[in-house]
Design a binder for this molecule. Structure first.
Ligand code: NI
Length: 163
């Protein structure tokens, strides 16, 4: 595993649409391992492949208590949403900022695992927010485009989390 450089807002790669993954090669697995390591090292709860400069539809998310398995999503698609939540959101590609974003309170996502087996994941609250945020990255969108009001600055202390 290796850490990868997180691209920050202003890097044009973050505004590009990612390509579907058609096969999972050793390189794809390496990318997923590196994304997980990079996300944990940065105290993030989610990371999308374009954030490390790779235009593929791959997302990793870990909003669960320590010790639980992260969620790895290949070619994820939101197939159902319900309700609404408004809250603070951050992004590892927009360091030390956060903003207010309205998202669905529930989402159901269809995706593929590392064996390219289809599965669905349902998320509420923080997980729903993370799923929407990360899947937006795959279409070149950052939360800053939909944040209500100005972004605010935050002094990120050790252990705080960003998406
Ligand atoms: Ni993000």
């Amino acid at each position: 595993m290796a850490l990868r450089t997180i691209r920050v807002e202003g890097d044009p790669i973050l505004n590009k649409k990612c390509k579907e993954v058609k096969e999972v090669t050793p390189r794809t697995r390496q990318l997923i391992d590196d994304m997980l390591e990079t996300m944990y090292q940065a105290n993030g709860v989610g990371l999308a492949a374009p954030q490390v400069g790779i235009l593929k539809r791959i997302v990793v998310i870990d909003v669960s208590p320590e010790g639980e398995e992260p969620i790895i999503l290949i070619n994820p698609v939101i197939v159902e949403t319900d309700g609404e939540q408004t809250g603070d959101e951050g992004c590892l590609s927009v360091p030390n900022k956060f903003g207010t974003v309205t998202r669905p309170n529930y989402v159901k996502v269809r995706a593929y695992d590392e064996q390219l087996k289809e599965f669905t994941v349902e998320g509420r609250e923080l997980l729903a927010r993370a799923l929407c945020h990360e899947i937006d990255h795959l279409d070149g969108h950052l939360y800053t485009e939909i944040a209500q009001g100005p972004l605010r600055s935050v002094e990120v202390a050790d252990g705080e989390e960003e998406e």
